[in-house]
Write a protein that binds this ligand. Sequence first.
Ligand code: SAM
Length: 286
Amino acid sequence: MANLGIPTNTLQVLEKYNFSFQKKFGQNFLIDTHILEGIINGAGITEDDCVLEIGPGIGTMTQYLCESARFVVAVEIDKNLIPILNDTLSEYDNKIIINEDVLKVDINELCNKYNEGRPIKVVANLPYYITTPIIMGLFESHVPLDSITVMVQKEVAERMQVGPGTKDYGALSLAVQYYSEPHVIMTVSAGCFIPRPNVDSAVIKLTAHQKNPVSVRNEAFMFSLIRAAFNQRRKTLSNALVNGGINTTRDEICKALADMGLSETIRGEALTLEQFAKLSDLLSHA
Ligand code: SAM
């Protein structure tokens, strides 16, 4: 099959199958060989790797992955794409195409089955409507991960990298930085896709930490604090936590903040990851 990174080849496949793009699935297919090569190089794919690709589309990036990796597991929700993928990827026997919603698949089971539970690399041009649940799901379900290299909306890539005191800092920044080291590989213009998305994009690599950068007794509790803090980010941290259904009293929160040398009126957006971990240890009853 011809290289689908070349726009005329993609157009031919779309025409052959009379394919209609489904907006609800965030379908914007890559048509730029330089970007595709940049993703494969940035992800550092080698012939030892088992790669999970989320949303292969018509198989454009999958072709590149099958050329570089040992094995590729591609999970695609749109059943209309499955016959196309079987055609465009027919020459590769180092892949499996799974017609499922990635948010419902047991990825740990896939890792066990296709990579004997060893760390996988995730590579994807993500459907933007579910970027955060996909990334959080991979981290929180403790899938054995080497890295996640993904195309996301440019502003989401920025959110993943920033620290306290900036408007983009939030639960996603803290979760990404707790589990990984983020690094933007490149920005990508809308013209590199068909159809063109309404936003600019960026490829970001999240390299999983061997060891979490802060230690915390109850990770799940820390993330419930973080979510409550940013659900009402204009409120003081103590108000946001009291209103956010955290099982602690205002007095306990104020005492913990005082123990940490922080003001009662501080907002969650001012706290570092280390401070959220400390606060979690002081408030957790577990
Ligand atoms: N990888 C292809 C490319 O780069 O040309 C397509 C990328 S497109 C931005 C996103 C793909 O994810 C689409 O093929 C879409 O059908 C698929 N998708 C959307 N939601 C999904 C889900 N919940 N689970 C699996 N795939 C999904």
